[in-house]
Structures are given as structure tokens and as C-alpha cells.
Design a protein around this ligand. Structure first.
Ligand SMILES: Cc1cc2nc3c(=O)[nH]c(=O)nc-3n(C[C@H](O)[C@H](O)[C@H](O)COP(=O)(O)O)c2cc1C
Length: 208
């Protein structure tokens, strides 16, 4: 039996990663973590329902439990759910991107219409970027497990980091000196369930 275990474990893992098994809920004997990884999708349409602050806090705490180099925790996480902030910044964004916004009849705000964001900043070093990326995925998987939708977004961050009119909003994040805003995770109750975008499993190879 001991010899059989690795084979059985590999078979279970392979089955869990197939699209069919990824839909099997944990209570039916599926694997909750693998199900979440395989089923999470970027959400670009949200309900207006606000996200309770306890949930935003909880998913941010899952974020900072990500592995990070020498546990230095070189990151800053800011939760924003204030309509004053999101709508005020969006008004500036709309002014600067009028044509693009006009082309999207469903445009609600610059964060894909989400009622909240979790902004992630780090000192400008390569390894902090890795730490922050891992943090972001933890946030998104935790959110998924709680019925929330998310989308990692760099587009709005480019705007926040470069448009002079957005500077007061960047300042309101109160980031430590020398930290750059890297990405935001839009968070809200999903109003769509998009199909998975195709993945190229050919990128994975065993190397001898
Ligand atoms: C660093 C990064 C930046 C991204 N920026 C945006 C963005 O600005 N707007 C957006 O709608 N999606 C953005 N995405 C989401 C990707 O488009 C999405 O993850 C990818 O197409 C795969 O789809 P999936 O997340 O549904 O599996 C970003 C993702 C990452 C990791």
C-alpha cells in the first residue's frame, strides 16, 4: 500500500487538474484548493452590492500570509471601498480616456466596475515584485472561496502612477517612502461567470 500511495496521489492530482474534476465541489470529494485555482477567473462585471469590510480584511490577511523572501514582508496593502475615492478617481480617468470609456456602454468605474480594490505596493526591487505577486494570488483565491470575484489590474495603476491629476489619490494611499504601487485587485460580487481563457500546457516540461 505504501508503494502504491505515490501513484494513487499522482492519479488523484492529475484527475483534480482536469477541467471536469475541477468542477467537483469539495463536499463531493473534490479538492477545494485545486478547484479554486482551476475555476477562478478574472471578473470584469460586478454587482453594486458593497463587500463587507470583514471579508475585505480577511482576504487581505490571506494575502499577507503568502510566502515572501526571508519573511521581510516588503509590501504595503491598502483596502479602498469608499465610493468617494473610487468615483472621484474614475471621474479623472474618464476625462483622460473619454473615447475608450464611451466605447464601453457597461462602464461603471475604472476598476472593471468593482466596489472595492486592494492595492499592493512594494519597494522597487525585483524580489518584492515576486512577493507581491504571490500575495495577489492568495487574495484572489481567498476571495473566490468566499463567493467574491476579483481581477488583478495593472492598467489603472499605470494611470494612477502617471496622471498628475491622479496624484492626490495616490497620496491618499499613504504608501511608505520609496514604495511603488504595483497592481490593484478589484473585488466585488461577480455579475458574470466567464469561461477560462486557454492555457498552453506545452509551456510545462520536465527537464532532466
Ligand atoms: C499583472 C497583471 C495585470 C493585469 N491587468 C489587467 C488590467 O489592467 N485589466 C484587466 O481587465 N485585466 C487585467 N489582468 C487580468 C488578465 O487579463 C487575466 O488574468 C488573464 O487574461 C487570464 O485570465 P483569467 O484571470 O480569467 O484566468 C491582469 C493580470 C495580471 C496578472
Amino acid at each position: 500500500m505504501r508503494k502504491l500511495f505515490p501513484i494513487l496521489a499522482a492519479a488523484v492530482l492529475l484527475a483534480a487538474c482536469s477541467p471536469k474534476a475541477s468542477q467537483a465541489p469539495a463536499e463531493e470529494g473534490g479538492n477545494a484548493v485545486i478547484e479554486a485555482i482551476m475555476a477562478r477567473r478574472s471578473i470584469r462585471a460586478y454587482k453594486d452590492t458593497p463587500v463587507p469590510r470583514e471579508l475585505l480584511q480577511q482576504i487581505a490577511e490571506c494575502g499577507v500570509n503568502a510566502p515572501n523572501a526571508i519573511n521581510a514582508q516588503n509590501w504595503a496593502v491598502r483596502i479602498v471601498d469608499s465610493p468617494d475615492y473610487i468615483d472621484g478617481l474614475t471621474a479623472i480617468y474618464k476625462e483622460a480616456n473619454a473615447e475608450m470609456v464611451a466605447r464601453n456602454p457597461n462602464f461603471k468605474n475604472m476598476f472593471n466596475g468593482a466596489p472595492a480594490i486592494i492595492a499592493v505596493a512594494a519597494p522597487n526591487t525585483t524580489i518584492s515584485g515576486v512577493d507581491s505577486g504571490l500575495l495577489g494570488e492568495n487574495v484572489m483565491l481567498a476571495a473566490y472561496s468566499l463567493g467574491l470575484g476579483t481581477c488583478c489590474m495593472a492598467g489603472p495603476v499605470r494611470f494612477m502612477n502617471t496622471d498628475p491629476k491622479a496624484a492626490p489619490y495616490l497620496k491618499r494611499l499613504n504608501l511608505p517612502e520609496g514604495y511603488d504601487l504595483l497592481f490593484v485587485v478589484a473585488v466585488g460580487y461577480p455579475d458574470e461567470s466567464p469561461e477560462a481563457r486557454p492555457r498552453d500546457y506545452g509551456k510545462i516540461q520536465f527537464a532532466d
